[in-house]
Design a protein around this ligand. Structure first.
Ligand SMILES: [Zn+2]
Length: 486
């Protein structure tokens, strides 16, 4: 029976975001655990919607010995500091040296990590692991739906399996698929891959598998799967990465090369035929306000997509909030503005009290802080458990939180940035999301999993933020020739 090493090292890098991502951001817990090692990973991730958890549960009963090594992730942000990447990789290699000899390796990766020195950080990681572990050792990695898949990743790993849904409600299931693939490899079953890069960049809001054309493309991929082609994947990629391999990949695994090639070519043709269908309506703030005013009977969700921390946004731009407050809109609750100093001030003032302050807008994008009097409606310690399909089971650690009223509108504030994609974020602060007419969520697509049923209408709004929805507004320099921005 095999000793299977288990690793996790996840980051989605927005190369347009300012600054760098440091080791401290990997060490700290947020919605997911911080940097943890050994059996602690099993305890900390149990029951979570994580590929690691899914892999571990799927491996039960097969008689193999699981050797948890290290797991860490940081919220999407700028390029990872070299020192952070090297420190984590060194720790991984040390743990491998200290572990019993491994027969296989499972990796829980994102697939869109860029460091200051390596634009294909996962390819670099897999290459170093391959060098250490030898050519014959089976390595399978789970990847995010937003992975930008490189040749090095494909060559160094024996298998790559990516999430199939956006919102990512199937992360744990992806770990289960990775387990199935690793079991095939351990049984010495043949597995050939065929990969096709598609030369387009798809804006994040229009990648959702709840909408066309991604929904139908995923159905076609499922129909192409069978005993001879166990995995046929459409991986849309992370477009806010100015790198050679940015964009979608079609990836098929077959029992023969011909079977893998045929499935990949069929799915690739389907994606190429749909490329002009990856579109949606992006509203200005003024257009969104006008829609709300013209439809007083409707419950409306505003997706503040460009300030989505899940795509590298700072989570603190305020332009949409300024506009809603100026219109004195009622029944509005917005989440989540990241402002640790304000959250602390709200805690000091206390529930039921008022404070004069400046909320958000400190990152320098957009209209600047909301300034004036705030009424503290509730405070929280930021520790609660995700209940929606995306953050299910996650132990949130968002630091001091508060719910405040500014004029007529309510705002949720946190000390750590996190995408507003779970109703538990509201309930932690005594707010019942079903009781508001207008919810503002700093999220692009993940919010749909837990919030879409609450709304008559969802509007995707272009307010300032680093998670640019209109990719034409960005200056790319490192894409491979021929890539078209949709
Ligand atoms: Zn993703």
């Amino acid at each position: 029976m095999a000793h299977i090493g288990l690793l996790g090292f996840l980051h989605e890098t927005n190369t347009f975001a300012p600054g760098v991502t440091t080791l401290a951001q990997f060490v700290e817990a947020d919605a997911w655990p911080g940097l943890i090692t050994g059996d602690e990973i099993l305890r900390a991730t149990q029951g979570m919607n994580l590929a690691f958890s899914g892999f571990v549960s799927a491996m039960q009963g097969h008689g193999h010995t699981l050797v948890p090594l290290l797991w860490c992730s940081a919220n999407p942000s700028a390029a990872v500091e070299d020192a952070a990447f090297e420190a984590v990789v060194e720790q991984i290699l040390t743990l491998i040296d200290q572990a019993p000899p491994l027969d296989a390796l499972f990796l829980d990766l994102h697939g869109a990590m860029v460091t200051v020195s390596y634009e294909d950080a996962e390819g670099e990681l897999l290459t170093r692991l391959r060098t250490r572990l030898g050519a014959a050792l089976p390595m399978v990695a789970a990847l995010d739906f937003h992975a930008n898949v490189s040749t090095a990743m494909l060559r160094q790993a024996n298998g790559l399996v990516a999430y199939r849904s956006y919102p990512h409600v199937d992360i744990a299931q992806t770990g289960e698929r990775a387990a199935q693939m690793l079991l095939r490899l351990l049984a010495a079953e043949p597995l050939y891959y065929a990969a096709r890069q598609v030369d387009i960049l798809i804006p994040m809001p229009w990648q959702s598998t709840l909408a066309e054309p991604a929904r139908s493309i995923m159905s076609v991929a499922r129909a192409l799967e069978g005993p001879d082609t166990p995995e046929v994947q459409f991986i849309p990629g992370f477009p806010l990465a100015d790198i050679h391999d940015s964009g979608p990949t079609i990836l098929a695994y077959g029992r023969t090369q011909a079977q893998a090639d045929q499935a990949a070519d069929l799915l690739c043709a389907r994606v190429q035929a749909s490329r002009q269908a990856f579109r949606g309506q992006l509203l200005s703030i003024a257009e969104a306000i006008a829609f709300i005013q013209a439809h007083p009977e409707q419950r409306i969700l505003l997706a503040d997509t460009q300030d989505n921390p899940g795509g590298g946004g700072t989570g603190d731009t305020t332009d949409l909030l300024h506009a809603l407050a100026q219109q004195a809109m009622h029944g509005v609750c917005a989440g989540i503005v990241c402002d640790p100093a304000f959250a602390q001030a709200a805690h000091q003032a206390g529930t039921g009290h008022r404070l004069h302050g400046a909320l958000g807008g400190h990152s320098g994008m957009g209209a600047g802080p909301l300034i004036g009097e705030f009424h503290v409606l509730a405070t929280g310690d930021g520790h609660f458990t995700g209940t929606g399909p995306f953050y299910l089971g996650c132990h949130m650690a968002l630091g001091r939180m508060a719910r405040v009223r500014y004029g007529t509108i309510e705002i949720l504030v946190s000390s750590k940035k996190q995408q507003a994609a779970d109703q538990a974020m509201f309930r932690h602060l005594g707010a019942e999301p079903t009781q508001y007419r207008v919810l503002v969520l700093k999220s692009s697509v993940h919010f749909r999993a837990d919030f879409a049923a609450l709304a008559d209408k969802i509007l995707v709004v272009a307010a300032p933020g680093e998670n640019t929805a209109d990719l034409h507004a960005l200056t790319y320099r490192r894409l491979r020739p021929g890539v078209t921005i949709l």
